[in-house]
Structures are given as C-alpha cells and as structure tokens.
Design a protein. Structure first.
Lengths: 584, 248
C-alpha cells in the first residue's frame, strides 16, 4: 500500500494538462487534414477574411450594423431578453445539460481528488472555448466603426457578456440542483433570487401592460411605430430600473467612444467578477446533479441516435409509412427513396407539411376575413417565410449526403457512378423542400377563393405564382447541391450524420453558411442576370414575361449544375473513407 | 474470380499494403489473417472498390475494378465489420433498397427466403436501432447476399453473433461457396478460419507472409509442422522474440 503522505495530488495542473493536450492534439489532427490542398485554400481564405473583418474592415458596412446595435430599440429589447432568460433559469430551472460533463470527464475527474471548486473551474474553463468562438463570430458580424469603438473593444464587451451569462446560468443551475438535493433548506436559497427575479420580470411586465393602450394605437402605424412604443414603455422608470443591471453588461458592446466604453467596461467587469466570486464560493453539492445531467444527456443522445428523433414510430408503435419502392427500375431512385423515407421517419416531414398547410390555410382565411389589410399583412409574412425557407431550408433539411457520408464505405460499394449517387442524394430533398415552399402558395389561393374578384384585379399574381412553381425547384437544387458539395469537399468541417457537434461549432457553422451563401450568390449571377434581361427586353415586370424569365433562369441553373454534379461525382469517388471517418 | 496483382496502398509515406498478389477461384474461401494493423481491412476495402489502390490491379470476374468499377461492384458484396445500415429503413426495406440498387430480377421471392435463412423473419418491420448487434450483422449479410455476388468479402463476419448465429452464419458462408461464390473472409477467430477456409493469406505490416492451405504453408516452413493454427499464426506474424517464445 502506498503511503498517503507520499502523494501530492495536483488536480489543477492535471486539468490544465488535460485541456492543453486535448486542444493541441485536436489542433494537430485538424492540421493533418489541412494537408489536402482544398483545405489549405479554404483555411487561407478564412484566415484572410477574419483578419480583414476584425482588423481591416473597420469602416465598411460598419455604420448600418453599428447603428442597429446601438439603436435604443435593440438595446432595450436585448436587455429585456437577457433579463427574461436569466429569470427563467431561476424561476423554471436552467437546461440541466449546463451542468453536464463528458462521460470521460465523469470517469476520470469525479473519483479523483478534485474539490468541488475545482470541478466548477473545470466547467468554466470548458465553457470558454464556446465563448471564445462566439465572441469572434459576433465581433465579425457586428464589427463597428473604428472612430467610435475598435473591434477588439467590442469583442471584449461580447466576451464579458457571454462569460457573465454563462457563469450566471451555471450558478443558477447549481443552486437549483442543491435545492432539489437539500429539500426545504435548499429551496430557501432559491427563494431570495427567485423573488428578486420575479420582481424584475414583474417590473418589465408592468411597463408593457401599462403601455397596452398606446401599443394598440401604434398598431395602425406599422411595425416600426409598435417597436418604438414598446421601447418607450420599457424605458419608463420602473422597467428601466429592472433592466439597469443588464444594461450595464451590454453597455461595453454599444457604448460609443473609448472613454465612455472604459467606464462601461469597468462596470461590466465588476459584475462579471461578482459572478465569478459567487460561483467559486458556492458550497452547494452539485456533483450528483452534474452526474445526473451527464447521464441525462447521454441517455438523450442515445435516444436521439436510437430512434432518430423518436419520430419513426407513433406512440402506439406504428411505423410511419413510406411510399412503396418498386423492386425494378433505375437504381438511383432507390437512393432518393431512401432519403424520402428518412425525411418522413426522421424528420416527420409529412406531419410538418400537414401542420404547415392547415396553419397557413387557417391564417389566410382568418386574416382575410378580419380585414383586407390584415390579409395583405399575412401575405407579406408568407412571402417572408418563403424567402427564409429558401435560404435556411437547405441548412435544416439534411436527408442527403450530409446524413449518409458517415456510411461512405457502403455508398462506395454501390454499382453506380459517383455523380449518379450524388444527384440521387440531392434529388429527394430538393423535391420535398420544393413541396414545402409550394405549400405557401396556398395563402394567395385561399384568398382568391374567398374573394374571386381579387384574382381579376391582381393581374400580376397568377404569372408570379406559376413562376414560383417553376423557379423554386431549380433554386432548391442549387442550394442543396452547394450544401452537399461543401460536405463532400470539406467533410471535416461539416456536421455529418445526425449528431450535433454542439455549441462550440456555432461559429464554424456560421462561417460555412456565409461561404455557401457567397457561392450561391456567384452561381445566381448568370441566371438572375439573364432573367432580368428578358424582363427588361419585354419591358414587362409583372406579367407572363416573369414566367419566361424564371424558366430561363431555371434552365441556366440546370445547365450550371450538370458539370458541377459530374465534378462532385468525381470528388465522391476520390474521397478517402478515412478522411470522412476521421471527422470528429 | 478475384484476381489481385501487385496491389499497393500508401498513405503519404506510410505503406499500408505492399505488392499483394493472389487469386481466389469460384468456391474458394480465402481466410485473410494477420495482427491488428496488418492491412486486412485496407485490402478488403480496396477489393470492394472503396479505396483506390496506389498501384496494382484488381479484377473481379474478369472485370478491372479501376477501369469499370460499376460493373465490377455489381458482382461484389462487401460486409464490413461494423454493420452500416440506414436508420430509417426497416429490415425488409433494406432488402428492397438493395434489390433495386443491384437490379435483382427475382427479389420478391428471394427476400422472404433470405430473411428466413438468416432468422430475420420476426424482425422484418424493425428499424436498425431496434435490432441487436447480431441482428444488424445478419441484416448486413442478407443485404450482401441478395444479389448473389460472384465475390463475397466479409470483414469479421461473426462479431456480435451468438453461438447459434455463428453456426448459422458458417452454414450460409459454406453454402454460398458451394454455389460457386469466391469468398474472402477476414477474422481473428482462427478456429473459424481453420474450419471454413480452404486457403489462408497471412499478412503482416502490409506484406504477404504466407499464402495457401495449411499444408502448403507447413511445407514451405517445415519447422511449423505439428503446430496448431494459433502457433503457426504467431510464428508467421509475431516478431522474432514472440516467434522464439512460441517455438519454445
């Protein structure tokens, strides 16, 4: 037996070693992937963009976003949202996963001679990775005007805000976990912050309730007037006092001019420091809660993997039906069919579509009956939804190569050319997502059915609707091809399969989204240009020429996609399965 | 049926497999054995058309896998050590999918027979996440057998199977070989290799160290006479120290 006196546990050093080595090894494995020329090009472009965005682009695009960030409405609404989030953690409990550790951390750290404070520090240290990435992303998005606030100054503000919120969330979770563990005595600890946050929320609600008559009047003036009235209501003394501590945290991001920023930063730092001291001095036992949260997360992940979102079967155990596959015919259809089955069972696509259709129809009926103006407003909302779905849908709907690439070894054994496999993988999601967007056409159709005279009056509407029918599949095919192409070219950087990579990849996801949007914009130059030329030549911007222009644009997109698919097929055939398997 | 000539696979400067040459005739069951990291899976993946060889030639049923991969793959079946199934397709739907993919003319009557053979009939409507490891393995094998491949490549096919499943799987493999399928089987279970395989290909660090029946191998290395297959394996694949130890 080893004499206990000979032991010199150094948990802090061990933890630092763990995270430092993990970081270095992860970076090394990422760097190993960069040996591929396409990764080198992408990394160089990404680094140049970040450098330009953070340190060089202090003027370009600054004023509009800076103005948006510093607008009273933004500041007040963000403060309110932050306050409500924090209150939710106290009143209803934070997401238990905030206390969760990885299974390997539980295995090694929990039985080790590490104090509770050490475990809290471990949690904080791990959170910094996500905070750091998000700070960079938000700093890039809201890069400001150098004359007023340097990018690094604002970045510091973001870091302070994210860090404080994270610490508050962890602290609230620990106190609530302790309350659950210690019964009545524990709940007394939650009582004081609970009452404080209930009071703060009550103050905000009071401000909004007293402004309801003004808000009702403002409704006639449009959304801008409503927002202004809401902002004024939240700036009245009582809600403003409730929001004051949150405003202090947000000030380092929005406060213009370095001297004012320094003062704001000082206050923000004091609040963050207070949170840190509170957190490390918490003597509540949270290991059990953390362990439970870890097991809960593991179980949830397992359920997620096992049942693929739990939607493949109904509660009664009935399997979601998929269209029958004919056993003979073109083999590509089998791959597309497989993806349709995945969308129906894994994504509950049919249920979502039916809900969408019923909801749209009901809202179209209700709003049109309420008043023509309300009907028009809902039409505007539907168009906005459509536009959003066109761009965001291909990111969400991943029943294509992004789902299948982890099984690349199996896909490569199929007796099909690579480009056929790639095309079949993309085809199903393109069709399904087009149907989803087509469903939005129900809104004008329902309104026409209610008021047939409207159809006669709006001569441009029918050509527009038919053009949407034609244009949407081509656009979707382009967007899904870009998403699948990105997954094929950079499998190490794209979320593959059904697993979520977690919070820390949010920044990476945003950057890849920005890159794919850029590619889409380039790919659309010719189709949109040609379509616009047709409209210009016909001098008809609202009639059937729109259909001709859309058809031409869709054809050009198809012509563009043909060589791209052939090329992606070659990439598919040449992609090493180990490269995909090694992706984290 | 399977003709491998000078197959080499490099990863940068690392040699995964070097100058491997062998043939597998119809009805032949070749046992691919070697220590961990010897290059067995890399070899099987190359034979399945998943990995591109750095050099060398692989032909299946006389078709060059590099020149006409689609035709060659239509005659192949590769069953990996870890079953790779689609989470949203049921057991039957997996077979329907494969039938369409490979253009199996008599799939409709074949599917229930195959389910019966592999004891999957009771699970025909189950999704892969609802199956045990062994059932998943059986389904992967069923998918591989449906199109009656001329060459069957099995990577650790008995992993996760219970004793009854192992016996049934051995019967399935030998039945396919009797029907004229060329089988390559990679496994660490030497007693299985000894029982099922007509010949052995022993590789170590990506290089072939022995090829032939056990009698052929012993004839080339008379010092191995009278040894068990396990001892022969250790002698062929171990380093000098372990070889001496096993010989002692």
């Amino acid at each position: 037996m080893i004499d206990g006196r000979q032991r010199h546990p150094a948990p802090a050093a061990a933890l630092l070693f763990l995270y430092a080595r993990s970081f270095v090894n992860r970076a090394r494995s990422q760097a190993a992937r960069i040996r591929s020329p396409r990764y080198i090009v992408a990394v160089v472009l990404g680094v140049l963009y970040l450098y330009w965005a953070l340190f060089r682009n202090t003027q370009a695009n600054g004023p509009s976003l800076t103005q948006l960030l510093r607008a009273d409405t933004t500041v007040v609404l963000v403060s309110t949202l932050v306050l409500l989030s924090s209150a939710r953690w106290w009143l209803f409990g934070a997401d238990r996963s905030v206390l969760a550790f990885t299974p390997s951390e539980v295995q090694f750290l929990f039985p080790a001679p590490i104090s509770r404070r050490g475990l809290v520090h471990t949690k904080l240290l791990r959170m910094q990775l996500a905070i750091f990435v998000n700070t960079i992303v938000f700093s890039v998005i809201f890069r400001g005007n150098a004359g007023e606030l340097a990018t690094w100054e604002r970045a510091l503000g973001w870091w302070l805000l994210f860090s404080t919120l994270s610490m508050h969330r962890v602290g609230a979770s620990i106190v609530r976990a302790s309350a659950v563990e210690h019964g009545r005595a524990g709940w007394r600890r939650v009582l004081v912050p609970g009452i404080i946050f209930a009071g703060l929320v009550g103050a905000v609600v009071f401000g909004i309730v007293t402004a309801i008559p003004d808000l009702r009047d403002a409704g006639d003036g449009g959304i801008a007037v409503v927002m202004r009235t809401l902002t004024d209501a939240l700036q009245s003394p009582i809600p403003a006092a409730a929001l004051f501590p949150v405003r202090l945290l947000i000030d380092p991001i929005v406060r213009a001019g370095t001297p004012a920023w320094s003062v704001a930063l000082l206050w923000g730092t004091l609040i963050a420091l207070g949170h840190y001291l509170w957190l490390v001095r918490l003597d509540s036992a949270f290991e059990e809660a953390a362990l439970e949260a870890t097991q809960h997360r593991a179980a949830r992940l397992e359920r997620f993997r096992a049942s693929q979102m739990g939607q493949a079967r109904s509660r009664k155990g009935t399997l979601v039906a998929v269209p029958a596959l004919a056993l003979h015919g073109r083999p590509e259809v089998a791959i597309a069919w497989k993806n349709v089955a995945a969308a129906l069972r894994g994504g509950a696509w049919k249920t979502q579509l039916i809900t969408f259709v019923v909801g749209l129809t009901a809202l179209a009926l209700i709003t049109r009956q309420a008043s023509p103006r309300a009907g028009d407003a809902f039409m505007g909302v539907a168009i906005g939804w459509g536009a959003m779905l066109l761009f965001i849908g291909p990111l969400w709907m991943r029943f294509d190569l992004r789902l299948d690439l982890p099984r690349l070894a199996v896909l490569k054994t199929y007796p099909l050319d690579g480009w056929r496999i790639v095309a079949a993988e993309i085809a199903a999601v393109t069709v399904l997502h087009s149907i989803t967007i087509w469903a939005l056409l129900l809104v004008p159709v329902v309104m026409f059915l209610q008021d047939p005279g409207l159809l006669v009056q709006s001569g441009a509407t029918v050509p527009m609707l038919v053009s949407v029918m034609v244009g949407v599949p081509a656009f979707n095919a382009l967007m899904f091809t870009i998403q699948n192409g990105t997954a094929l070219l950079f499998p190490a950087w794209v979320r593959l399969g059904t697993e979520s990579r977690g919070f820390e990849t949010m920044g990476q996801n945003l950057l890849t989204t920005a890159a794919t949007t850029l590619v889409a914009a380039v790919a659309l130059v010719f189709p949109v240009g040609a379509g616009a030329l047709v409209l210009w030549l016909a001098n008809d911007w609202g009639g059937w020429s729109v259909l001709a222009a859309t058809t031409l644009a869709a054809t050009i997109i198809a012509v563009e996609l043909w060589p791209v698919l052939r090329w992606l097929g070659t990439v598919f055939e040449q992609t090493d399965v180990n490269e995909v398997a090694a992706a984290p | 049926m399977i003709d491998v000539s000078g197959y080499t696979k490099l990863y940068g400067d690392t040699v995964a497999v070097q100058s491997l040459s062998f043939q597998v005739a119809p009805g032949d069951v070749l046992g691919l054995v070697g220590p961990n990291g010897a290059g067995k899976t890399t070899t099987l993946r190359a034979l399945a058309g998943i990995l591109q060889p750095t050099s060398g030639c692989i032909a299946v049923d006389g078709i060059d896998l590099q020149r006409d991969p689609v035709a060659a793959k239509a005659r192949l079946a590769f069953i990996p050590d870890e079953p790779q199934l689609f989470d949203y397709l049921t057991v039957t739907e997996h077979l329907q999918f494969v039938a369409r993919l490979y253009g199996v003319p008599d799939a409709a009557p074949q599917i229930p027979l195959l389910l019966e053979e592999l004891e999957l009939s009771g699970k025909r409507d189950a999704l892969p996440p609802e199956l045990s490891r062994g059932m998943k393995q059986k389904l992967a094998i069923a998918c591989g057998l449906l199109h009656r491949p001329a060459a069957l490549l099995l990577d650790e096919p008995l992993t996760g199977l219970d004793p009854v499943g192992i016996r049934r799987m051995k019967e399935t493999i030998t039945a396919r070989a009797r029907e004229g399928t060329a089988v390559i089987l990679s496994s660490h279970l030497l007693h299985l290799v000894e029982e099922l395989c007509t010949r052995l290909l022993v590789i170590r660090r990506g290089q072939m160290v022995a090829l032939g029946t056990i009698a052929d191998i012993v004839a080339e290395r008379p010092e191995l006479a009278g040894r068990t297959l396990e001892e022969i394996f250790i002698a062929l694949t171990g380093d000098t120290a372990s070889t001496d130890l096993s010989a002692a």
